[in-house]
Design a protein around this ligand. Structure first.
Ligand SMILES: Nc1ncnc2c1ncn2[C@@H]1O[C@H](COP(=O)(O)OP(=O)(O)OP(=O)(O)O)[C@@H](O)[C@H]1O
Length: 239
């Protein structure tokens, strides 16, 4: 499978705080990459740089081989990059269907909204105001909005946070389906019990550096990873 997303030696500082210190990795079509790391290790900043919300100080981002390092977020969306946000922002005056129609406008592609509503389990809720949705429903709306641009690459920021096991199961099922459709998927996640079964590969960030990129189970045996982050969580998970 071709590399859909390539991140090459990305660096970013805020003032004197070096948040990303030369991060490189790639994601293929049909692959789910899980990104984990301690709080403040740079995960959300990395997603913001990849999606164009924050400009990196140096380094490159390639989407399907095309250099998008300087492209604005809406251009990246149009080229096939979808993302969800950690804290979905609701637009009180909009119903679910309107949210998706607006998201779709950014893509310039023809997306079957009915199909998307069914796929994400929102069909019955399409007339509901987005601020009247439960957390699990809002997360599904976030996913649906990201899919409304027909992405090739999907970036998910803490999609499982705050969900109960049943909702985690539903969202996982949908993400697996998207992988099978050939999307390249990056998931930043603290809920390891949801992420590990789903991911094909794990990347561990610590202090803005990639300290591990590879097999998901080997990650938990890696000394650097255990020291940096996982010791206590790993043993409590029993993975
Ligand atoms: N806009 C900003 N201005 C200044 N500093 C920032 C900004 N955004 C992030 N930082 C700093 O960058 C570091 C990394 O933050 P980031 O949110 O990327 O980490 P994270 O790994 O996503 O953390 P968490 O797991 O808690 O979500 C932190 O020290 C944070 O304070």
């Amino acid at each position: 499978m071709e590399r859909l997303l390539e991140v090459i030696d990305v660096r970013k500082s805020f003032g004197g705080n070096r948040v990303l210190e030369g991060v490189s990795f790639s994601v293929k079509g049909g692959e789910i990459l899980g990104i984990i790391g301690p709080n403040g290790s740079g995960k959300t900043t990395l997603l913001n740089v990849i999606s164009g919300l924050i400009r990196q100080d140096s380094g490159k981002i390639l989407l399907m081989g095309k250099d998008i390092s300087d492209a604005k977020p809406h251009v990246r969306a149009r080229l096939g990059m979808g993302r969800t946000f950690q804290n979905p922002r609701a637009f009180p005056s909009l119903i679910v269907l309107e949210c998706l129609k607006i998201a779709q406008l950014h893509s310039g592609r023809d997306v079957q909204i009915d199909e998307l509503l069914k796929k994400t389990g929102l069909y019955e809720l399409q007339g509901r105001a987005s601020d009247k949705l439960s957390l699990a429903q809002r997360k599904r709306l976030e996913l649906a909005k990201a899919l409304a641009i027909k992405p090739k690459v999907l970036l998910l920021d803490e999609i499982f946070a705050g969900l109960n096991p049943a909702s985690i199961g539903e969202v996982s099922h949908l993400i697996k389906q998207l992988k099978d459709e050939g999307l390249g998927i990056v998931i930043v996640e603290h809920v390891l019990s949801a992420l590990v079964p789903l991911a094909d590969r794990l990347l561990v960030l610590a202090g803005g550096r990639v300290i591990y990129d590879g097999d998901k189970y080997e990650a938990f045996r890696d000394e650097k990873v255990r020291r940096a982050y996982l010791g206590e969580r790993y043993s409590s998970l029993g993975v």
